[in-house]
Ligand binder design. Structure first.
Ligand SMILES: [Zn+2]
Length: 283
């Protein structure tokens, strides 16, 4: 195991690489550096003064280059464990969302079982936003990925409130959660703010002192930071919802329309889309 510390705006990331040939280690290092840099490029800062990421190589037949990733919060500082397929190449790794997803988790406190949809939703939303903003995927591709996630979540939704989603509703937990954060982001933007700014301000003031809290308390803290009272009622509505969130309002704002399996991009929502995913408003 070899470690190196990466200085990022707002904190440092200790990168632990596996014992591997030097060229392989350099490649893994370049990949993690690029993914990590996408976080301050989007949020304006790294969430924590100190965090770590450990890369473990595994022999796996999984098609994913990163079959498993996980946030760990038990130790002196929170960190991310990434299991990378030992034959995964740079192009494959750059196309994968897992590392960005896990780094995005570092922006929220531990939210318990009741807040799992909020935590997974935040990471699922930003795995697309961050990669688009950092140029790791095209903005339209990011919208398609988000929409495909929402469709998987819709298919996976059974009865019962989101906050107590059952086993077997994993896609609902992830993507109904992401739909909440998209709606929250749009609501903040209508008030001249944005979600990444509010999350960054929350990381600066409150994450280290409250590493775990109840989900309602976390959302209330974000409202306080934003000086709004938008997020708490939105949170309560989504937590109690028995159906997958309606996307019509958000999609109208964003100029997104489903046509069968395809997603149509209308000119009218170009600026709203670009504000979130970056790129040119005309595309
Ligand atoms: Zn996750």
């Amino acid at each position: 195991m070899q470690a190196r510390v990466l200085d990022l705006r707002g904190g440092e990331l200790r990168i632990e690489l596996p014992d591997a040939p030097p060229a392989r280690r350099r490649m893994l290092q370049a990949w993690v550096d690029e993914v990590a840099a996408g976080i301050p490029a989007t949020f304006g800062r790294w969430p924590l003064e100190r965090a770590w990421v450990r890369i473990v190589e595994i022999d796996s037949r999984d098609r994913s280059p990163v079959p498993w990733g996980q946030t760990q919060r038990g130790g002196a500082s929170p960190g991310v464990l990434l299991y990378v397929r030992e034959d995964a190449g740079l192009a494959e790794l750059r196309g994968d969302w897992t590392a960005t997803h896990e780094f995005a988790h570092l922006f929220h406190p531990y939210l318990g079982r009741e807040g799992r949809w909020l935590a997974e939703g935040l990471a699922s939303y930003y795995q697309n936003v961050v990669r688009a903003r950092a140029g790791m995927m095209a903005p339209r591709e990011a919208w398609r990925e988000l929409d495909a996630g929402f469709r998987r979540g819709e298919r996976d939704t059974r009865a019962g409130p989101l906050a107590s989603a059952a086993r077997g509703e994993t896609m609902r937990v992830y993507w109904a959660g992401a739909a909440f954060w998209l709606e929250a982001d749009l609501a903040l933007r209508r008030h001249g703010q944005d979600l990444e700014g509010v999350l960054a301000a929350h990381a600066a003031c409150c994450l280290a002192t409250a590493p775990a809290r109840d989900p309602g308390g976390f959302v209330a803290a974000l409202d306080r930071i934003a000086g709004t009272s938008l997020l708490a009622p939105l949170y309560r509505r989504h937590a109690a919802a028995r159906a997958f969130p309606a996307l019509a309002g958000s999609y109208a704002t964003l100029g997104l329309r489903r046509e069968g399996d395809a997603l149509v991009f209308e000119a009218a929502g170009g600026e709203a889309r670009a504000a979130i995913m970056g790129g040119d408003a005309a595309r």
